[in-house]
Design a protein around this ligand. Structure first.
Ligand code: 4AD
Ligand code: MG
Length: 463
């Protein structure tokens, strides 16, 4: 049982090797010798357990021989050494109980391989496939490591709100939350009166818990928030979701250098946990999804991350001779193609880009002495591009107020945020890691829709 890593299975008392396994049938093969082989998977690992079901079973003809992919079963029997290649043990059944049938005419996950795109249509069943099962186990491990890393470094987990009135990123990509009957209002043609709305004002799904996390960092010292965030950005790309999970640490008395170090230590710890604890799943990704993935992740863990300023990155991009779809010059935002050139071709590993122009970054980033750039940092990794975005925050009251005015933000909406600079302000920093991008990076999965249980993207919110 250990060998097959069937965590749901229990060893029964009495005869040492008598076990009960519960799971789903992957395949059945009837042997000429009057018995059948069943491959059972219980979701705890990639490994299937081979079951030998003898013809003597009471329900052999009536049930066992009718089992097909997807049926759920409880099997008791004894573990024995397997003569077959590729497995150490097999289970010799003395009872096979069928819990649920799966009509082979309509069960979509037949033996034939389906594309990931096709599997998205069955997001409620696709985790029963090898790849999606492995992805979700890795996703779980990353989530666990996130909590462990921050707790071990003295960060408290805070729960920031999902419904908010402020647009942290200032990009206007927020989903509105309302109880108003907008349809009726639109028909009547009148202006929308938000004093009639549930919260008496316009509210939205959060794009980031950062601003609220900052309030906690300036009281508890080191905190992180980890939860779902929402962006109504109309980008149908392989790395954007409308609903994704973000972990956002925020630390008082941290400057940009501390922040960069934290991000690097954090990523390395998460990646090495995945290699250690999800070895079998990572072997699978290494062989089936992206060749050489394990060696790549190992080298990321071993080598220090490279650093480069935005200004230097623009010089590199301008002189590299590559033809990009989007022209690049100082002051423009980097597109995915630029980020990938820098991290994949120029550096060949993770790259921390710093000191972006103030004009392309949100109001809360700390303005540098040159008055043109801010203390921002993005972590880029091969295959994905930006995986982390963060900064040192503007802790000076007047500078913050000037920057908010320049970005036409209403100070009354952010009065509580501004208060932090009025009462015992301190330098502080933080960043946000997109959980799905981290999962994409370690697994090598090409599309972000395949590393989140139920993807929400423009025009698609099935399930
Ligand atoms: O760079 P972003 O927008 O930064 C923030 O939201 C800051 N408030 C974070 C902070 O400093 N506390 O987003 C952070 C990360 C990105 O680097 C990316 O990994 C992920 O969140 N991300 C997305 N992931 C999936 N789909 C999207 N639409 C994403 N937008 C951002
Ligand atoms: Mg960003």
């Amino acid at each position: 049982v250990k060998q097959a890593r069937l965590a749901n299975s229990t060893e029964r008392s009495g005869a040492a090797a008598s076990v009960e396994v519960r799971g789903w049938v992957r395949t059945r093969r009837d042997s000429k010798g009057g018995f059948s082989f069943l491959e059972i998977n219980d979701g705890s690992s990639l490994g299937n357990l081979q079951v030998v079901a003898p013809g003597e079973l009471d329900n052999y003809a009536s049930e066992v021989q009718k089992l097909t992919a997807g049926c759920s079963v409880v099997i008791t029997g004894t573990l024995q050494e397997s003569p077959a290649k590729g497995q150490a043990t097999e289970l010799h059944a003395d009872a096979v109980r069928v819990l649920g049938w799966a009509d082979p005419e309509t069960y979509p996950l037949q033996k034939k391989r389906h594309s990931f795109e096709k599997l998205r249509e069955w997001a409620h069943l696709r985790t029963r496939t090898n790849t999606l099962g492995a992805v979700m186990r890795v996703r779980d491990q990353i989530s666990q490591s996130i909590h462990q890393f921050f707790h071990q470094h003295g960060f408290f987990y805070v729960h920031t709100p999902i419904v908010t009135a402020s647009d942290c990123e200032g990009a206007g990509e927020m989903f509105r939350v309302t109880t108003l009957d907008l349809e009726r209002l639109a028909k009547s043609g009148g202006p929308v009166d938000y004093s009639q709305d549930f919260f008496d004002k316009p509210t939205f799904l959060t794009v980031s818990g950062q601003l609220e996390a900052e309030t906690y960092a300036t009281s508890l010292g080191r905190v992180y928030t980890f939860g779902p965030t929402f962006r109504a950005e109309n980008s149908n790309t392989s790395r954007h979701l409308a609903e994704f999970w973000m972990v956002e640490p925020e630390a008082a008395f941290f400057d940009l250098a501390d922040n960069m170090k934290l991000a690097e230590d954090f990523l390395k710890r998460v990646f090495s946990d995945v290699l250690q604890k999800c070895g079998e799943d990572m072997e699978f990704f290494d062989q089936r999804i992206e060749k050489g993935k394990i060696a790549q992740v190992e080298s990321v863990i071993e080598k220090p991350f490279q650093h480069m300023t935005y200004t230097r990155a623009i010089e590199v991009l301008e002189s590299c001779g590559e033809s990009f779809d989007f022209p690049i010059r100082w002051g423009s935002d980097l597109q995915a193609e630029h980020e990938r050139y820098l991290t994949e071709t120029h550096v060949g590993g993770p790259l921390i880009l710093t000191d972006y122009p103030a004009s392309i970054k949100p109001f809360y980033m700390r303005l540098s002495d040159d008055q043109k750039t801010v203390a921002a940092m993005d972590v880029l990794v091969p295959g994905v591009g930006e995986i982390i975005g963060g900064s040192q925050r503007e802790e000076r009251l007047e500078v913050l107020q000037t920057r908010m005015a320049a970005q036409s933000l209403d100070p009354q909406e952010y009065w509580w945020y501004i208060d932090l600079r009025r009462f015992g302000t301190v330098p502080h920093s933080g960043f946000g890691l997109g959980l799905e991008r981290a999962v994409q990076y370690v697994t090598g999965m090409a599309n972000i829709r395949d590393v989140v249980p139920f993807p929400r993207t423009p025009g698609s919110a099935e399930f």
